[in-house]
Design a protein around this ligand. Structure first.
Ligand code: PHE
Length: 341
């Protein structure tokens, strides 16, 4: 019996050491130590032994069981360690390889300038409003005191949708003045940025589509002094403190009096240079006091209320700020250009 156990010891330990995976090990455990296993088979023969021999044999059998169990456990650990190492090796990441970075886009330079202007006006209590680009001639012209026959109403200047010249692509953001006065409670403080369209040939300073920002204030007791103070403040925020401005008389049918606002050329300080085309001044916007006829047409009593309005070109502003010399670059969306901002 001792011999049997010795043989079982050798055979089982050898088999355990040769086991290739955890399933093999489990099968071996059943084969040697299970209820119907080989060790149990040997122990069944204990009955044949004398009472003196039995304890020693029992002890031997227990030891053998313990040794086989220990061998199985050791092999199990060995196998799982090997498995882990293999896995780690497979999942190795070379942290020294250059990464794949996605290229992130950013805001268009013109919209940076627009955001800056919105911030300035929001800080002064203005609301930002949006309106239609397809407009009625009534709003684009008539209600703005631009009569039938005015040159800007010509088919050569304006994109019309209908032969009766009633529906068009707005040529200015000024119709937003009318929309605001017709729909909003007084007082009104708004800016309205957006696209406008004119039949212009494309060149370095012209495009059939460009952007304007309309601004308007209507309240009791509003004067030209408010217009000048507000616009001077805006100009200082955009172009820097101490920027010299000039309000030059002009004519718009929907404002009276009307003016254009120039800033002294920041490049040459007014002496004249290529930036200001030798003028010493750069034109920034058109403005004026809202015409009493326009107020009255929108149901606002011009004897009680007054207001001012302005309209400025956004592209021109962005070109000045970023030293862009050709308007076409703003719309071509060439990444080599856009990436510089
Ligand atoms: N709409 C005018 C233009 O396009 C600008 C303007 C707006 C002038 C508001 C006065 C008041 O030239």
């Amino acid at each position: 019996m001792k011999e049997l156990m010795q043989r079982l010891r050798e055979a089982s330990i050898q088999a355990v050491l040769a086991a290739g995976d955890v399933d093999d090990l489990e099968q071996l455990r059943v084969k040697y130590l299970g209820k119907k296993g080989e060790l149990t088979g040997i122990l069944r023969q204990m009955g044949k032994l004398s009472a003196e021999e039995r304890p020693a044999m029992g002890q031997l059998a227990n030891q053998l069981r313990g040794d086989i169990e220990a061998a199985i456990e050791a092999r199990r650990e060995e196998l799982s360690r090997a498995l882990l190492e293999k896995k780690l090796e497979l999942e190795t990441v070379d942290v020294t390889l250059p990464g794949e970075t996605g290229r992130l886009g950013h805001k268009h330079p013109m919209y940076n300038v627009l955001d800056q202007i919105k911030d300035i006006f929001i800080g002064m209590g203005f609301e930002i409003v949006d309106g239609p680009e397809v407009e009625l001639a009534d709003y684009n012209f008539t209600k703005l005191n631009i009569d039938e026959g005015h040159p800007s109403r010509e088919w050569t200047d304006t994109f019309y949708f209908t032969p009766d010249s009633r529906v068009l692509l707005r040529t200015q953001t000024s119709p937003m003045q009318i929309h605001a006065m017709e729909t909003r409670p007084l007082p009104i403080r708004i800016i309205a940025p957006g696209r406008v369209y004119r039949k212009d040939e494309v060149d370095a300073t012209h495009s059939p589509m460009f952007h304007q920002i309309e601004g308007m204030v209507i309240d009791k007791g509003v004067t030209m002094a408010d217009l000048k103070a507000t616009l001077n403040l805006v100009v200082e925020k955009i172009y820097g403190k101490g920027t010299v401005t000039r309000f030059r008389p002009h004519h718009f049918p929907f404002t009276e009096p009307s003016c254009e606002l120039d800033i002294q050329c920041h490049k040459c300080g007014g002496k004249g240079c290529p930036t200001c085309k030798g003028e010493g001044w750069i034109e920034v916007l058109g403005a004026g006091m809202v015409h009493p006829k326009v107020l009255a047409g929108c149901g606002i009593d011009p004897d009680v209320y007054s207001g001012w309005a302005f309209g400025m070109g956004l592209e021109r502003l962005a070109m000045g700020e970023y030293k862009i010399t050709d308007l076409r670059l703003i719309f071509e969306n060439d990444e080599r250009f856009l990436r510089q901002f």
